[in-house]
Design a protein around this ligand. Structure first.
Ligand code: NAP
Length: 292
C-alpha cells in the first residue's frame, strides 16, 4: 500500500467551522465520546437534522435528544439510510460484531472509527473490504473540547473526505494526520495515554507541595494552574519548550536545583521508556482486537 497521497504529519487548528451543510452524519454508539463530538458539532453550527445516532440504551437516546436535539434510534436502517459519514463510536470489543452487522449498509459511505486500537485492516475485513476508512485516536480532553486527535486514512479516502474527517474530529480540539497507521500507536502513547501522565505528574506535585508545608487545596491550585498555564504559554509562544525552560532557569537558582535532581533520575529516559511501553502495548492490543 502506498501512503503517497497521505498528508504529511500536520496539525490543523481547532476547526470551528461545521462540516459542509450537505454532509449527513450517523453515529453508531452514543456514549461519552459520541456525545462530546455531537456537542462540538452542534456548537459549530451543524444542524440537529444532519445528525442521527444509533444507540441501544434508551436512557442514552433520551439524553442525546434532550441535549442536542438529534434523532437517536435503535433501528440501524433509520440511522444509516442516507448518511454520508458514519462514525463508529462503540467500545473496541463491540466493533467486530457491529461492523459485520452493518457491512452492507455502510457501502459507499465514509466510515470513521474512533475505537482505540482497532486497525483499519481489521475494520475493512469486518466490513467486507470497505476502503473508505479513517481511523481516529482522540483523547479524553475532547470531553471539554480541548482534545487532540491523531488521524489516519486509507488511500481510497479522497481529499474532500479527509477534510470532512478533520472537521468532524476538529469539533472537540485539534487534529494531526499521521502518514502511516503505525503512527497511531505513537499517538496513543503520547496523547492518548498522555493525560494520565500529566495527572500523575500533578499528583506528585500536589503531594510535594503538601510535604513542603502547603495545605492540600493550595498545593492543588498551585499545581493545576502551573501545568495549565505553562501548557498555554508553550502553545501561544513561538519558542520551543526547551527555550522556555532555559528562560525560567537562572544560573544557580531554585529551578536549576530542581532540574538537576530530575536529571539525576534521568527523567527524559524514563519518559522515553514509559511511552515506548505504551506504544508496545498498543501494538499488542491491536493484535488482540483484530482477532475478532
Ligand atoms: N472516552 C474517551 O476518552 C475515548 C478516548 C479515545 C477513544 N475512545 C473510543 O471511543 C469509543 C467510545 O468510547 P465511549 O467512552 O464513548 O464509550 P461508551 O460511553 O461506552 O459509549 C458506547 C455506547 O454505544 C452503545 N452500544 C454498544 N453496542 C452498540 C450497538 N451495537 N449499536 C449501538 N450502540 C451500541 C453502548 O451501550 P452499552 O453500554 O450497553 O454497551 C454505549 O452506550 C471507544 O471505542 C473508545 O475506544 C474513547
Amino acid at each position: 500500500m502506498s501512503f503517497a497521497a497521505q498528508p504529511s504529519a500536520t496539525s490543523i487548528a481547532s476547526a470551528t467551522a461545521a462540516p459542509p451543510a450537505h454532509a449527513r452524519l450517523a453515529f453508531v454508539g452514543g456514549g461519552n465520546m459520541a456525545a462530546a463530538l455531537i456537542g462540538g458539532l452542534r456548537d459549530a453550527g451543524t444542524p440537529a437534522e444532519a445528525i442521527r445516532v444509533l444507540e441501544i440504551q434508551p436512557a442514552a437516546r433520551e439524553v442525546l435528544h434532550q441535549r442536542f436535539g438529534v434523532m437517536a434510534s435503535d433501528a440501524a436502517d433509520v440511522v444509516l439510510d442516507g448518511a454520508d459519514v458514519v462514525v463508529l463510536a462503540v467500545k473496541p470489543q463491540q466493533l467486530a460484531a457491529v461492523c459485520r452487522s452493518m457491512a452492507q449498509a455502510l457501502e459507499g459511505k465514509l466510515v470513521i472509527s474512533i475505537a482505540a486500537g482497532v486497525r483499519t485492516a481489521d475494520l475493512s475485513r469486518w466490513l467486507g473490504g470497505h476502503a473508505l476508512l479513517v481511523r481516529a485516536m482522540p483523547n479524553t480532553p475532547a470531553l471539554i473540547r480541548a482534545g487532540v486527535t491523531g488521524l489516519f486514512a486509507l488511500e481510497a479516502v479522497d481529499a474532500g473526505r479527509r477534510a470532512l474527517a478533520a472537521q468532524l474530529l476538529g469539533a472537540v480540539g485539534t487534529v494531526v494526520w499521521v502518514p502511516a497507521e503505525a503512527g497511531l500507536d505513537a499517538v496513543t502513547a503520547i496523547s492518548g495515554s498522555g493525560p494520565a501522565y500529566v495527572f500523575h505528574f500533578l499528583e506528585g506535585l500536589i503531594a510535594a507541595g503538601q510535604a513542603l508545608g502547603l495545605d492540600p487545596a493550595t498545593a492543588q491550585q498551585l499545581a493545576l494552574e502551573t501545568v495549565a498555564g505553562s501548557a498555554r504559554l508553550a502553545l501561544e509562544s513561538e519558542e520551543t519548550p526547551a527555550t522556555l525552560r532555559v528562560r525560567v532557569t537562572s544560573p544557580n537558582g531554585t529551578t536549576q536545583a530542581a532540574l538537576e535532581r530530575f536529571a539525576q533520575g534521568d527523567l527524559p529516559g524514563l519518559i522515553a521508556a514509559a511511552t515506548r511501553a505504551a506504544a508496545d502495548r498498543a501494538v499488542e492490543l491491536g493484535d488482540q482486537l483484530g482477532q475478532g
